[in-house]
Design a protein around this ligand. Structure first.
Ligand code: SF4
Length: 83
């Protein structure tokens, strides 16, 4: 989200973000600097080739995770388990 903020609002040089986990009552915070965006993009660009290939070939393979059963709305997916 910080990277998106930097792209959409070029005057912003620093983003202070936080994730709040309401069940465990934890708040994890971090600060992201525009000057570090090259390093921050590195994490996401590693997956970019796969996303680009999926888009080009219109092939969207299932990517099961621990979120499937609890959160995914694609009930027809065999990994969902609620369909
Ligand atoms: S259940 Fe949803 S999140 Fe899990 S693999 Fe299928 S489509 Fe992806």
């Amino acid at each position: 989200m910080a990277l998106a903020t930097f792209k959409h609002f070029p005057n912003i040089k620093e983003v202070r973000g936080g994730l709040m986990f309401v069940v465990s009552n934890e708040l994890i915070t971090d600060t992201y600097l525009l000057t570090n965006q090259g390093e921050l993009w590195g994490k996401w660009l590693a997956d970019y080739t796969n996303m680009e290939s999926a888009f080009t070939n219109d092939t969207w393979n299932a990517n099961p995770s621990g979120l499937c059963k609890a959160h995914c709305v694609v009930l027809e997916c065999p990994h969902n388990g609620r369909g």
